[in-house]
Write a protein of this length. Structure first.
Length: 331
């Protein structure tokens, strides 16, 4: 039985805890730490025989195999380095840090400690996306010409939501370019690099539109990213927290086009340019379909077997470098 503790008990922690509850035969959450003890208690709920604390030293004294780091981005590095020094496996939410310096330190820490580490790029696990990966690996679209994506969330455009940490550069780093863009960049690199070579150029347009009270957020509400892979394929992504919530992925190749619309996350549409459907390969049977549960099941298995897993901190560091390049190249 893998024993886990939460570092940070806010919104996303609830989603990860629900996923871990599906894995009670192989994992037990035994500790909840948050600087706001009431928030830790809220996440723990009515669970018995668990630690609820606002003191991180108490968490470190617990008998744990792994931690889930779900605090704001600014604090990822310090907690990850502390956990790695203690030999604990680490799941960390994306993006890896607020900047490349923090992400580099985190990747170095887990490498030195040789601990299992995983980053929360959950979008890889949607059935349609996993199928798209197989389509590309089987070269069913032929040589790839372009990757296009829209990845946005409506919540931050809600006028009833006040300024929150994701809108503050010192705490979050980038805005949409980091929050949603980390998913988008990881997705494109994971799907295309083997077929088009690495991403070699990236620039961006960043903008902030939504005021909060008398001030604006200190990072971007929307990010338009454009780049190119070494093999020539184009990369175009729109990330936004203005809304509405959308997630579309398109890949264009010599033989046709692939489309994933996350209103139907199990459906991959493949069409030739003549209009004929292209048959997609069948995925091997999967124990779970919920991406968050798949992600946690992979992490727990890796911790139990002490087996390296991806997307790891090194993968996320590469993504962080491209986020920083996009921010530095913004017009």
């Amino acid at each position: 039985m893998v024993r886990l503790g939460f570092i940070g008990c806010g919104g996303i922690a609830h989603a990860h805890l629900a996923a871990l509850d599906r894995l009670r035969d192989r994992a037990a959450v035994v500790a909840f730490f948050d600087g706001n003890r009431a928030q830790a208690a809220d996440l723990a709920g009515s669970r018995k025989d668990v630690m609820v604390t606002d003191q991180v030293d108490a968490l470190w004294d617990a008998s744990l195999d792994a931690v889930l780091i779900t605090v704001p981005n600014r604090y990822h590095a310090a907690y990850s380095e502390d956990a790695a020094r203690r030999g604990l496996a680490i799941f960390c939410e994306k993006p890896l840090g607020v900047n490349v310096a923090d992400a580099t330190a985190m990747a170095a820490a887990v490498e030195r400690a040789s601990v299992v580490n995983l980053v929360g790029f959950k979008n890889r696990y949607f059935r349609a996306i996993a199928t798209l990966r197989q389509v590309l690996d089987h070269q069913l679209l032929g040589p790839v010409f372009a990757y296009r994506e829209v990845c946005s969330g409506a919540r931050l455009a809600n006028p009833h939501i006040g300024m929150e940490w994701r809108m503050v550069e010192a705490v979050a780093g980038g805005g949409a370019v980091a929050d949603f863009g980390s998913h988008s960049i990881d997705m494109a690199l994971w799907l295309l690099t083997a077929h088009t070579g690495p991403l070699v150029s990236l620039d961006s347009r960043l903008a902030t539109f939504i005021a909060r009270g008398d001030s604006y957020p200190s990072n971007d509400d929307m990010a338009l990213l454009n780049g190119r892979f070494a093999g020539g394929a184009l990369f175009s992504v729109l990330n936004g927290r203005v809304g509405p919530g959308l997630y579309h992925v398109e890949v264009y190749g010599l033989k046709g086009r692939a489309l994933v619309d996350m209103t139907q996350p199990d459906v991959l549409t493949l069409v030739s340019y003549g209009g004929e459907k292209i048959a997609a390969p069948a995925l091997p049977p999967r124990e779970f379909e919920d991406p968050l549960v798949i992600q946690m099941a992979r992490f727990v298995e890796a911790v139990a077997t002490r087996t390296p897993i991806e997307p790891d901190f090194a993968t996320a560091l590469n993504v962080q470098r491209w986020i920083e390049i996009a921010r530095n190249n913004a017009h």
